[in-house]
Design a protein around this ligand. Structure first.
Ligand SMILES: [Zn+2]
Length: 421
């Protein structure tokens, strides 16, 4: 039996367009242009979903939504708000009144029916999604690689404990044979401890740049103190500073827990280019929008495409024609299985933190969604954010992806997790 949908929209043209689209997709659709009659019609017909315009003469959409949700007989009806108003405050109100989804007009005609179907299929869609999405949920069932999250904060440690962890950036990719590490923040020390119980004698370490938060774990990376261990370090050089000088300085920085470097270390200078680093593993490095020479990486590994860019500022909607980092990244990660990107600030906080080399979450979600990225992991959480703040930011990011109709899963990174890719 076809799913019954009611559209309440005072605008005949847009209402009929929506009606035709959903009817074509197999829904049984009715259009009502007189908002006063909405509740009566809902009682008489039992629709699974109602699409409500917000601005209508008579009763406005939010009021109807509120009436539906407080009515014991109607409250199971799933409500989708459709509006040309795209203010965050409006979306928040819709959510508080119990709407399952907020779709901005003009909506994406290709994905509208899918979005409505997803709402129909969701078990408790009457409940607004409050909980932050969990990074675990990004794990692929048919994983070929394991992504390890060893540190995902901007700076630390702070004294207060956090569910998301306090260590600075370090991520690993492991196919069971080769271990590739990205950045050497304090998370690297923990990864080193984990490697002590393994027989592994070799690892690659790719450094995006040499700001403290990305290299301060090197002098505490215990495998570097082991004779017989091979550490291949690849990264950029700065004008006037070679890679060798920068790596040596990083190993000398305090606090150090390893007595001396005994491992065999070889260095690879990276430019904006592509490299065959191992059989079947291609690395493309690119310059990221961040103070100093900073790289991001795209890996083609075991049939997966993974982009990792812990530091980089997307300009999002405010990008000018000369600010091409957004475009470059979008091209590089088009269709990627996973994007791990700097998302240090909420959209609101970013307004006062522009031009420091870090991104706002909404810009990262937008870029990933448009580029057809499958999964997005938000990293480099601001050290000033509480767990609850990160929860809220992550929930808003997931809503943003759903409202835009992107086939994108998004979650905040959490220290200590392994995710199948
Ligand atoms: Zn940096």
């Amino acid at each position: 039996m076809a799913t019954k949908v009611l559209i309440v929209d005072d605008d005949d043209i847009s209402g009929n367009l929506t009606k035709d689209l959903l009817a074509e997709a197999g829904f049984e659709v009715e259009l009502l242009t007189n908002s006063y009659k909405a509740i009566g019609l809902l009682r008489a017909n039992r629709y699974a979903v109602v699409l409500l315009d917000i601005l209508m003469p008579g009763v406005d959409g939010l009021t109807i939504c509120h009436q539906i949700k407080k009515d014991p007989e109607l409250k199971e009806t799933k409500v989708v708000m459709v509006s040309g108003k795209s203010f965050d405050a409006e979306k928040e109100r819709a959510r508080q009144y119990g709407a399952s989804l907020f779709i901005e007009k003009p909506y994406n005609v290709e994905t509208l029916a899918q979005q409505i179907q997803a709402i129909v299929d969701s078990p408790a869609a009457a409940q607004p999604a409050e909980a932050a999405p969990k990074a675990e949920s990004l794990s692929a069932k048919d994983a070929a690689l394991t992504l390890g999250l060893w540190g995902c904060r901007s700076a630390g440690p702070r004294s207060s404990p956090s569910r998301y962890g306090r260590r600075t950036c370090c991520f690993s990719l492991d196919d069971g044979e080769h271990l590739l590490i990205f950045d050497g923040g304090t998370g690297l020390a923990e990864l080193g401890r984990r490697l002590e119980s393994e027989s592994r004698r070799e690892a690659w370490l790719f450094l995006t740049h040499f700001h403290d938060e990305h290299v301060q774990g090197l002098p505490s990376f215990s495998p570097a103190a082991r004779r017989g261990f091979s550490l291949h370090i690849a990264g950029p050089s700065e004008p006037g500073k070679t890679l060798e000088q920068q790596v040596a300085a990083a190993f000398r920085s305090a606090p150090a827990t390893i007595p001396s470097v005994e491992a065999a270390i070889d260095l690879y200078d990276l430019l904006e280019d592509s490299y065959d680093i191992l059989p079947g593993v291609k690395l493309t490095s690119f310059y990221a929008n961040h103070p100093g020479t900073t790289l991001g990486f795209v890996l083609s590994f075991k049939g997966r495409t993974i982009a990792i860019c812990p530091d980089g500022e997307l300009y999002g909607e405010s990008a000018t024609a000369l600010q091409d980092y957004d475009d470059k990244l979008a091209k590089l990660c088009r269709g990627a299985d996973l994007l791990v990107h700097n998302a240090r600030y909420s959209g609101e906080d970013y307004r006062t933190m522009r031009n420091r080399g870090h991104s706002a979450v909404p810009s990262v979600v937008e870029l990933a969604g448009r580029a057809g990225v499958k999964k997005l992991l938000l990293v480099h959480h601001d050290d000033g954010y509480s767990d609850e703040a990160i929860d809220r930011i992550a929930a808003a990011a997931a809503r943003q992806a759903a409202e835009k109709g992107y086939a994108l899963q998004v979650a905040p990174a959490r220290e200590g997790l392994s995710i199948g890719v």
